[in-house]
Design a protein around this ligand. Structure first.
Ligand code: UFG
Length: 330
Protein backbone atom coordinates (compact mmCIF):
# COMPACT_ATOMS: atom_id res chain seq x y z
CA UNK A 1 0.00 0.00 0.00
CA UNK A 2 2.39 2.63 -1.24
CA UNK A 3 0.61 5.82 -0.48
CA UNK A 4 -1.77 4.82 2.33
CA UNK A 5 0.23 5.06 5.51
CA UNK A 6 -1.75 6.75 8.27
CA UNK A 7 -5.25 5.46 8.98
CA UNK A 8 -7.64 7.20 11.37
CA UNK A 9 -9.54 4.43 13.14
CA UNK A 10 -12.73 5.87 14.62
CA UNK A 11 -13.91 3.54 17.37
CA UNK A 12 -10.46 1.95 17.58
CA UNK A 13 -10.90 1.28 21.31
CA UNK A 14 -13.90 -0.96 20.66
CA UNK A 15 -14.25 -4.63 19.84
CA UNK A 16 -13.69 -4.75 16.07
CA UNK A 17 -11.77 -1.46 15.89
CA UNK A 18 -9.10 -2.66 18.34
CA UNK A 19 -8.44 -5.80 16.26
CA UNK A 20 -8.13 -3.52 13.22
CA UNK A 21 -5.60 -1.31 14.98
CA UNK A 22 -3.46 -4.37 15.78
CA UNK A 23 -3.65 -5.59 12.18
CA UNK A 24 -2.73 -2.18 10.67
CA UNK A 25 0.26 -1.82 12.97
CA UNK A 26 1.42 -5.38 12.17
CA UNK A 27 1.42 -4.46 8.50
CA UNK A 28 3.55 -1.38 9.01
CA UNK A 29 0.73 1.13 8.72
CA UNK A 30 0.16 3.84 11.29
CA UNK A 31 -3.17 3.68 13.13
CA UNK A 32 -4.41 6.79 14.93
CA UNK A 33 -7.38 6.00 17.15
CA UNK A 34 -10.23 8.44 17.61
CA UNK A 35 -12.64 7.29 20.29
CA UNK A 36 -14.73 8.98 22.98
CA UNK A 37 -14.28 5.90 25.22
CA UNK A 38 -18.03 5.84 25.89
CA UNK A 39 -17.96 2.10 25.28
CA UNK A 40 -14.36 1.44 24.23
CA UNK A 41 -11.41 0.55 26.44
CA UNK A 42 -8.12 2.48 26.60
CA UNK A 43 -6.22 -0.82 27.07
CA UNK A 44 -7.55 -2.00 23.70
CA UNK A 45 -5.72 0.85 21.95
CA UNK A 46 -2.42 -0.93 22.74
CA UNK A 47 -0.34 2.22 23.13
CA UNK A 48 -1.10 3.69 19.71
CA UNK A 49 -1.96 7.39 19.48
CA UNK A 50 -5.42 7.99 20.96
CA UNK A 51 -7.47 11.11 20.35
CA UNK A 52 -10.24 11.14 22.89
CA UNK A 53 -13.02 12.88 21.00
CA UNK A 54 -16.63 12.43 20.05
CA UNK A 55 -18.02 12.43 16.54
CA UNK A 56 -20.49 14.99 17.89
CA UNK A 57 -17.63 17.48 18.33
CA UNK A 58 -16.80 18.95 14.88
CA UNK A 59 -13.95 21.22 16.09
CA UNK A 60 -12.25 18.21 17.71
CA UNK A 61 -12.59 16.26 14.45
CA UNK A 62 -11.07 19.13 12.46
CA UNK A 63 -8.24 19.33 14.99
CA UNK A 64 -7.56 15.60 14.57
CA UNK A 65 -7.13 15.99 10.81
CA UNK A 66 -5.05 19.14 11.30
CA UNK A 67 -2.71 17.30 13.69
CA UNK A 68 -2.16 14.20 11.53
CA UNK A 69 -1.75 13.67 7.82
CA UNK A 70 -4.48 11.05 7.47
CA UNK A 71 -4.59 9.00 4.25
CA UNK A 72 -7.76 6.99 4.94
CA UNK A 73 -10.47 6.65 7.58
CA UNK A 74 -12.06 3.51 9.00
CA UNK A 75 -15.27 4.09 10.92
CA UNK A 76 -16.24 1.59 13.63
CA UNK A 77 -17.64 4.13 16.09
CA UNK A 78 -21.34 3.36 15.97
CA UNK A 79 -24.08 2.58 18.42
CA UNK A 80 -24.93 -1.08 17.80
CA UNK A 81 -27.83 -2.29 19.96
CA UNK A 82 -30.98 -3.04 18.00
CA UNK A 83 -33.29 -2.97 21.05
CA UNK A 84 -31.85 0.30 22.36
CA UNK A 85 -32.28 1.85 18.91
CA UNK A 86 -36.01 1.14 19.08
CA UNK A 87 -36.35 2.83 22.49
CA UNK A 88 -33.84 5.65 21.89
CA UNK A 89 -33.90 6.38 18.15
CA UNK A 90 -32.59 9.93 18.65
CA UNK A 91 -29.41 8.55 20.18
CA UNK A 92 -28.91 6.36 17.12
CA UNK A 93 -29.69 8.98 14.47
CA UNK A 94 -27.47 11.51 16.29
CA UNK A 95 -24.48 9.20 16.80
CA UNK A 96 -24.66 7.08 13.70
CA UNK A 97 -25.92 9.58 11.12
CA UNK A 98 -25.06 13.08 12.40
CA UNK A 99 -21.79 11.81 13.89
CA UNK A 100 -20.78 10.24 10.57
CA UNK A 101 -21.75 13.40 8.67
CA UNK A 102 -19.52 15.41 11.03
CA UNK A 103 -16.69 13.00 10.33
CA UNK A 104 -17.23 13.24 6.57
CA UNK A 105 -17.32 17.06 6.79
CA UNK A 106 -13.95 17.07 8.58
CA UNK A 107 -12.57 14.66 5.97
CA UNK A 108 -13.72 16.93 3.15
CA UNK A 109 -12.07 19.94 4.78
CA UNK A 110 -8.83 17.99 5.07
CA UNK A 111 -9.25 16.55 1.55
CA UNK A 112 -9.20 12.92 2.77
CA UNK A 113 -11.12 10.82 0.26
CA UNK A 114 -10.84 7.18 1.35
CA UNK A 115 -13.35 5.70 3.77
CA UNK A 116 -14.18 2.21 5.01
CA UNK A 117 -17.54 2.02 6.76
CA UNK A 118 -18.81 -0.60 9.23
CA UNK A 119 -22.28 -1.43 7.98
CA UNK A 120 -24.48 -4.35 8.95
CA UNK A 121 -26.77 -7.14 7.81
CA UNK A 122 -29.49 -5.15 9.61
CA UNK A 123 -29.83 -3.03 6.43
CA UNK A 124 -31.72 -5.94 4.82
CA UNK A 125 -34.53 -6.40 7.36
CA UNK A 126 -36.53 -9.62 6.99
CA UNK A 127 -34.60 -11.94 4.68
CA UNK A 128 -36.24 -13.13 1.48
CA UNK A 129 -33.37 -15.37 0.42
CA UNK A 130 -31.68 -18.41 1.94
CA UNK A 131 -28.37 -16.59 1.56
CA UNK A 132 -28.59 -12.83 1.34
CA UNK A 133 -26.81 -11.11 -1.54
CA UNK A 134 -26.04 -7.40 -1.77
CA UNK A 135 -28.97 -7.09 -4.24
CA UNK A 136 -31.49 -8.11 -1.57
CA UNK A 137 -34.07 -5.33 -0.88
CA UNK A 138 -32.87 -2.84 1.71
CA UNK A 139 -35.77 -2.68 4.17
CA UNK A 140 -34.47 -2.36 7.74
CA UNK A 141 -36.86 -3.25 10.54
CA UNK A 142 -35.30 -1.12 13.28
CA UNK A 143 -33.73 2.35 13.68
CA UNK A 144 -30.25 0.84 14.00
CA UNK A 145 -30.51 -0.65 10.50
CA UNK A 146 -31.97 2.60 9.15
CA UNK A 147 -29.06 4.65 10.50
CA UNK A 148 -26.54 2.40 8.76
CA UNK A 149 -28.54 2.47 5.53
CA UNK A 150 -28.78 6.29 5.68
CA UNK A 151 -25.01 6.48 5.88
CA UNK A 152 -24.66 4.11 2.92
CA UNK A 153 -26.90 6.45 0.90
CA UNK A 154 -24.90 9.48 2.03
CA UNK A 155 -21.69 7.76 0.93
CA UNK A 156 -23.10 6.99 -2.50
CA UNK A 157 -24.07 10.64 -2.97
CA UNK A 158 -20.71 11.88 -1.64
CA UNK A 159 -18.89 9.63 -4.10
CA UNK A 160 -20.77 11.17 -7.02
CA UNK A 161 -20.67 14.77 -5.82
CA UNK A 162 -17.39 15.03 -3.92
CA UNK A 163 -15.22 12.21 -5.24
CA UNK A 164 -15.19 10.39 -1.88
CA UNK A 165 -14.22 6.72 -2.38
CA UNK A 166 -15.79 4.31 0.11
CA UNK A 167 -16.43 0.68 0.88
CA UNK A 168 -19.38 -0.36 3.07
CA UNK A 169 -18.82 -3.68 4.80
CA UNK A 170 -22.06 -5.30 5.90
CA UNK A 171 -21.12 -7.53 8.82
CA UNK A 172 -23.20 -10.51 9.77
CA UNK A 173 -22.54 -11.75 13.34
CA UNK A 174 -19.12 -10.52 14.44
CA UNK A 175 -17.65 -12.94 16.97
CA UNK A 176 -14.45 -14.50 18.33
CA UNK A 177 -11.34 -12.83 19.70
CA UNK A 178 -7.69 -12.31 18.84
CA UNK A 179 -5.93 -15.70 18.66
CA UNK A 180 -3.34 -14.64 21.24
CA UNK A 181 -6.04 -13.87 23.80
CA UNK A 182 -4.99 -10.24 24.29
CA UNK A 183 -7.99 -8.58 22.61
CA UNK A 184 -11.64 -9.54 22.68
CA UNK A 185 -15.26 -8.60 23.09
CA UNK A 186 -16.21 -6.58 26.16
CA UNK A 187 -19.51 -4.73 26.03
CA UNK A 188 -21.48 -3.29 28.88
CA UNK A 189 -24.23 -4.30 28.91
CA UNK A 190 -23.43 -7.47 26.96
CA UNK A 191 -26.30 -8.54 24.73
CA UNK A 192 -24.62 -10.87 22.21
CA UNK A 193 -25.15 -14.60 22.20
CA UNK A 194 -21.59 -15.99 22.32
CA UNK A 195 -20.22 -13.77 25.13
CA UNK A 196 -23.42 -14.19 27.16
CA UNK A 197 -23.12 -17.95 26.79
CA UNK A 198 -19.44 -18.09 27.80
CA UNK A 199 -19.91 -15.62 30.67
CA UNK A 200 -22.80 -17.78 31.95
CA UNK A 201 -20.50 -20.84 31.96
CA UNK A 202 -17.94 -18.84 33.94
CA UNK A 203 -20.59 -17.67 36.42
CA UNK A 204 -19.91 -14.04 35.44
CA UNK A 205 -23.38 -13.59 33.95
CA UNK A 206 -26.80 -15.08 34.70
CA UNK A 207 -27.96 -18.24 32.94
CA UNK A 208 -28.35 -17.65 29.21
CA UNK A 209 -31.88 -16.89 28.07
CA UNK A 210 -32.73 -18.43 24.71
CA UNK A 211 -34.94 -15.84 23.04
CA UNK A 212 -37.63 -17.94 21.37
CA UNK A 213 -37.83 -21.54 20.18
CA UNK A 214 -40.91 -21.20 18.00
CA UNK A 215 -39.31 -19.70 14.89
CA UNK A 216 -39.68 -21.37 11.50
CA UNK A 217 -36.21 -22.86 11.63
CA UNK A 218 -35.19 -26.53 11.97
CA UNK A 219 -34.99 -26.44 15.79
CA UNK A 220 -37.15 -23.36 16.38
CA UNK A 221 -34.28 -21.06 17.46
CA UNK A 222 -32.82 -18.24 15.35
CA UNK A 223 -30.12 -18.98 12.80
CA UNK A 224 -27.14 -16.63 12.33
CA UNK A 225 -23.93 -16.46 10.31
CA UNK A 226 -21.05 -16.03 12.77
CA UNK A 227 -17.92 -14.44 11.32
CA UNK A 228 -14.59 -14.16 13.11
CA UNK A 229 -13.45 -10.66 14.03
CA UNK A 230 -10.03 -11.36 12.47
CA UNK A 231 -11.75 -12.18 9.18
CA UNK A 232 -13.71 -8.92 9.34
CA UNK A 233 -10.41 -7.14 9.89
CA UNK A 234 -8.77 -8.85 6.91
CA UNK A 235 -11.68 -7.69 4.73
CA UNK A 236 -11.06 -4.11 5.86
CA UNK A 237 -7.45 -4.40 4.85
CA UNK A 238 -8.46 -5.64 1.40
CA UNK A 239 -10.99 -2.80 1.16
CA UNK A 240 -8.21 -0.35 1.95
CA UNK A 241 -6.13 -1.89 -0.83
CA UNK A 242 -8.94 -1.30 -3.35
CA UNK A 243 -9.05 2.33 -2.23
CA UNK A 244 -5.36 2.63 -2.98
CA UNK A 245 -6.04 2.86 -6.69
CA UNK A 246 -9.79 3.17 -6.76
CA UNK A 247 -10.70 4.37 -10.26
CA UNK A 248 -13.84 6.52 -10.56
CA UNK A 249 -15.30 7.49 -7.17
CA UNK A 250 -17.90 5.02 -5.93
CA UNK A 251 -19.30 3.54 -2.75
CA UNK A 252 -19.32 -0.26 -2.83
CA UNK A 253 -21.18 -2.57 -0.41
CA UNK A 254 -19.97 -6.07 0.50
CA UNK A 255 -21.47 -8.74 2.73
CA UNK A 256 -19.13 -10.35 5.23
CA UNK A 257 -20.24 -13.73 6.52
CA UNK A 258 -19.30 -17.39 6.11
CA UNK A 259 -22.47 -18.45 4.32
CA UNK A 260 -23.28 -21.03 6.97
CA UNK A 261 -26.04 -20.60 9.52
CA UNK A 262 -26.07 -21.93 13.09
CA UNK A 263 -29.09 -21.95 15.36
CA UNK A 264 -28.87 -20.73 18.96
CA UNK A 265 -29.12 -24.38 20.07
CA UNK A 266 -26.32 -25.40 17.73
CA UNK A 267 -24.09 -22.65 19.12
CA UNK A 268 -24.95 -23.86 22.62
CA UNK A 269 -23.94 -27.42 21.72
CA UNK A 270 -20.71 -26.23 20.10
CA UNK A 271 -19.88 -24.14 23.20
CA UNK A 272 -20.33 -27.23 25.37
CA UNK A 273 -18.00 -29.20 23.09
CA UNK A 274 -15.33 -26.47 23.08
CA UNK A 275 -15.41 -25.65 26.80
CA UNK A 276 -16.29 -29.09 28.15
CA UNK A 277 -18.96 -27.38 30.28
CA UNK A 278 -22.74 -27.14 30.17
CA UNK A 279 -24.17 -23.72 29.39
CA UNK A 280 -26.68 -22.80 32.10
CA UNK A 281 -29.75 -21.68 30.18
CA UNK A 282 -33.51 -21.24 30.19
CA UNK A 283 -36.14 -20.49 27.60
CA UNK A 284 -37.46 -16.95 27.21
CA UNK A 285 -39.89 -15.21 24.85
CA UNK A 286 -38.74 -13.92 21.47
CA UNK A 287 -36.66 -10.74 21.47
CA UNK A 288 -38.26 -7.91 19.47
CA UNK A 289 -36.71 -7.33 16.05
CA UNK A 290 -34.92 -10.69 15.67
CA UNK A 291 -35.26 -12.10 12.13
CA UNK A 292 -35.47 -15.93 12.16
CA UNK A 293 -32.50 -16.42 9.87
CA UNK A 294 -29.66 -14.22 8.61
CA UNK A 295 -27.04 -15.91 6.44
CA UNK A 296 -24.73 -14.12 4.03
CA UNK A 297 -23.82 -14.73 0.45
CA UNK A 298 -20.32 -13.22 0.47
CA UNK A 299 -19.25 -14.26 -3.01
CA UNK A 300 -18.94 -10.62 -4.07
CA UNK A 301 -16.34 -9.93 -1.35
CA UNK A 302 -14.49 -13.09 -2.41
CA UNK A 303 -14.55 -12.19 -6.10
CA UNK A 304 -13.88 -8.45 -5.93
CA UNK A 305 -11.83 -8.03 -2.75
CA UNK A 306 -10.17 -11.46 -2.76
CA UNK A 307 -11.56 -12.10 0.73
CA UNK A 308 -11.12 -15.61 2.14
CA UNK A 309 -12.00 -16.15 5.79
CA UNK A 310 -9.25 -17.82 7.79
CA UNK A 311 -11.47 -18.88 10.71
CA UNK A 312 -14.78 -19.97 9.16
CA UNK A 313 -15.36 -22.83 11.63
CA UNK A 314 -17.69 -22.12 14.55
CA UNK A 315 -15.44 -24.19 16.85
CA UNK A 316 -12.45 -21.94 16.17
CA UNK A 317 -14.56 -18.83 16.71
CA UNK A 318 -15.73 -20.23 20.05
CA UNK A 319 -12.23 -21.39 21.07
CA UNK A 320 -10.82 -17.91 20.59
CA UNK A 321 -13.76 -16.29 22.42
CA UNK A 322 -13.40 -18.80 25.28
CA UNK A 323 -9.66 -18.06 25.61
CA UNK A 324 -10.48 -14.36 25.87
CA UNK A 325 -13.29 -14.69 28.39
CA UNK A 326 -11.27 -17.01 30.64
CA UNK A 327 -8.70 -14.26 31.21
CA UNK A 328 -10.55 -11.16 30.11
CA UNK A 329 -8.16 -8.22 30.46
CA UNK A 330 -10.62 -5.31 30.27
N1 UFG B 1 -29.70 -14.59 21.70
C1 UFG B 1 -30.21 -15.32 22.75
N2 UFG B 1 -29.83 -14.99 24.01
C2 UFG B 1 -28.97 -13.96 24.29
C3 UFG B 1 -28.43 -13.23 23.20
C4 UFG B 1 -28.84 -13.57 21.92
O1 UFG B 1 -31.00 -16.25 22.55
O2 UFG B 1 -28.66 -13.70 25.45
C5 UFG B 1 -30.09 -14.94 20.34
C6 UFG B 1 -30.76 -13.79 19.62
O3 UFG B 1 -32.14 -13.78 19.88
C7 UFG B 1 -30.40 -14.09 18.17
C8 UFG B 1 -29.03 -14.77 18.25
O4 UFG B 1 -28.92 -15.21 19.60
O5 UFG B 1 -31.31 -15.00 17.65
C9 UFG B 1 -27.88 -13.82 17.97
O6 UFG B 1 -28.05 -12.65 18.76
P1 UFG B 1 -26.91 -11.56 18.94
O7 UFG B 1 -27.45 -10.53 19.90
O8 UFG B 1 -25.63 -12.20 19.29
O9 UFG B 1 -26.74 -10.93 17.50
P2 UFG B 1 -27.85 -10.30 16.52
O10 UFG B 1 -28.05 -11.28 15.42
O11 UFG B 1 -29.04 -9.84 17.23
O12 UFG B 1 -27.15 -8.94 16.05
C10 UFG B 1 -25.93 -8.88 15.37
C11 UFG B 1 -25.27 -7.56 15.69
C12 UFG B 1 -26.12 -6.42 15.20
C13 UFG B 1 -26.43 -6.60 13.74
C14 UFG B 1 -26.98 -7.97 13.47
C15 UFG B 1 -27.10 -8.15 12.01
O13 UFG B 1 -25.08 -7.41 17.07
O14 UFG B 1 -25.42 -5.22 15.40
O15 UFG B 1 -26.13 -8.97 13.99
O16 UFG B 1 -27.20 -9.49 11.71
F1 UFG B 1 -27.36 -5.71 13.36
Amino acid sequence: MADIRTVLVCGGAGYIGSHMVRCLAERGLKPIVLDDLSSGHPEAVQGHPLIRASLMDPPALEAAFAAHKVDAVMHFAGKILVGESVNEPALYYENNVTGTMNLLAAMRKADVRRFVFSSTAAVYGMPREERITEDHPLLPVNPYGFTKLHVEHILADYATAYGLHSVCLRYFNASGAHPDGSLGESHSPETHLIPNMLLAILGKAPALKIFGDDYETPDGTCVRDYVHVQDLVSAHLLALQTLQDPGPAASRPYNLGNGQGFSVREVLDAARAVTGKQVPHSMAPRRAGDPPRLVADSRKAAAQLGWKPEYPELERILESAWRWHCQQRY
